[in-house]
Structures are given as structure tokens and as C-alpha cells.
Design a protein around this ligand. Sequence first.
Ligand code: AMP
Ligand code: MG
Length: 327
Amino acid sequence: MAEILPADKAMDRALALLGAGEVVAIPTETVYGLAGDAMNGEAVARIFEAKGRPRFNPLIAHVCDMAMAERIGVFDPLSRRLAEKFWPGPLTLVLPLREGAGIHPLTTAGLATIALRMPRGFGGELIARLGRPLAAPSANASGRISPTSAAAVAASLGGRIKLVVDGGAAPVGVESTIVKAEEGGLRLLRPGGIAAEEIEAAAGVKLLRGAAGVQAAVQAPGMLASHYAPQAAMRLHVGEVRPGEALLAFGPNRVPGWQQAVMMRNLSQSGDLREAAANLFAFLHELDSSGAATIAAEPVPMEGLGEAINDRLSRAAAPRDNGGGDA
Ligand code: AMP
Ligand code: MG
């Protein structure tokens, strides 16, 4: 079972675990978060693994100050004004991801944008001490409600993680409000801990709502950023490689014809699903840039993180012109 330490005694232990690429449940003002180093793919893979999430959705990267935020996201004037007004606090801003920011693609699910938030209290201090941003979705098993106490985290994830930091009841108790500045306005992607009216008052504009909301934006294959959905066609669970194909391999054994692949990347030579998850977005991108018309993917087992990997592969293989739909 996870160790539960009060926040005033947990800092060193949390830093040691996070520095080693492990995950730690931490209190924030919204809900408890399951935190991992947002720059370390295996740490982010562990977040999905511990939650048992069947898909890789983009996570919020948590920062400790504006300097760290500016190293990661490209701020427009309106987003900067909202950050000045509401940070630290329960507001998440979606911004263009700065090139070379070092955020692992599993954190953004391969998107060219990044969701950023600056939490209050223990989380902010932890990030400052670590000197690195933390990815941190709610610290509950997938499909369960978000935890607002250390006991709720331990009940849901206690058997799968090493440390829960107890900061008492989460004061806001709901997730952050997510907004994104876009051409001609500011879009509400998810309602949350800061009321839309408060944001509108600070921004001086009405929030856009509706169709292009967060689910549509990140889940509809037709709307995805280019390195989220490859240009190449995808063939899944292949039994052989055909001429002209690039190969996304998995494990120690190759399918027949692998020698003729125009490029090959192995998600994990040893068959480790966590390593495979950490490599997935970068390798799809590299194989796509080979110019091959088709990427052939060897079978990946449907256990543990394999479910999310297969979900992502089938989205990449889905027809591109269907206008979306959460296949
Ligand atoms: P959670 O961390 O579980 O509170 O959820 C994070 C939310 O932020 C999810 O609804 C994501 O879909 C959303 N999100 C994260 N990154 C982005 C992004 N780059 N663009 C749009 N939405 C995002
Ligand atoms: Mg959640």
C-alpha cells in the first residue's frame, strides 16, 4: 500500500520519487493529482498505467512560476493577462507548445499545444524544488470520481503507487477551468473551479463555447495536429511487411519481410509496454517523416498500457475525412 505522509513531512520523499521517474499523488487546490515529471516519458506512462486509463489524452503540465510557464508555452497577451490575474489558481490555459521545451510528447498526446496551470501550495513548492514541470491528472483510477482527500486517493490507487501526500481536503474540490485563446476570442474548453463570468470580466470578452470544445478538439481524428495523426496510412496487427512500408515494431521477434521496411522503429525491444508508451508518439512521427505511404504496425498486446497504445494506433489508422467522431 502507498505510504501517506502529511504535506509538511513529505517534500524530500516526493522529490526523490519524482526525480527517479516515479509518480506521487499530491494535493492541489482543485483535486488531488497523480504527478509525474512531464519531461520524462516513462514517468508519464506510469501515470496512465497507475490510473488504468484506456487512452492517452493530453495532460495538464503544472508549473511553479511565469518563467517556467514561458519556457513551455507561447503566451499571447490575453492568456498572459489571465495568468497574471488567476495564477496560482484553478485556471488552465491551452497555448502553443514552445519548440524545444522538452515536454514529452506523451504529456501532450503529440499535440502542438500544451495545457498549463500553476497550482497553489504544496504542488507549487514541489515543482519549484524539482525545477521541472509536473503532469498531473486527477489521482483516481480511470472512470472513478476525482479525489479530494488523501484517503480517497489511497482507496482508489493505494495499491499502485508509493506515496500519497496528505494536504487535507482540497479547497476547490472540482477540476480547473480550461480556456484557450484563439483567432477572434477565448474558448471555454472545460468549466471548472473559476466561474466563466470571472474570466469574462478579467478578459473583457465573452467566452466562446460549444462545438470546438475539448472533447472535439482532442478526440476527433479530423481535427488533430499533424503529428497526432500521421500522413501515412496505417496497417495494424500486421503479419508481414509489404514493399515500401515503414515498420512500427514491438518486442524481440520481427514479422516476415521486416528487412525490406523503409524505416523501422521498435517501441520496445524487450516488450515493455511502459517503454512502448513513452516511445509511441515520437516513433510514429519519425516513421511518418520517412515518406512511406504506409506504416505497418506489429501487434501490441491488449494488457496494461497496451490498451491505450492500441487505442491510439486505431485512431491513427481511422479514415481522416469523417469529420470526427470518437471511434
Ligand atoms: P485532467 O488533467 O484529468 O484534469 O484533464 C486534462 C484536461 O485538459 C482534459 O480534458 C484534456 O483533454 C485537456 N487538455 C490537455 N491538454 C490539452 C490541449 N493541448 N488542448 C486541449 N485540451 C487539452
Ligand atoms: Mg479526472
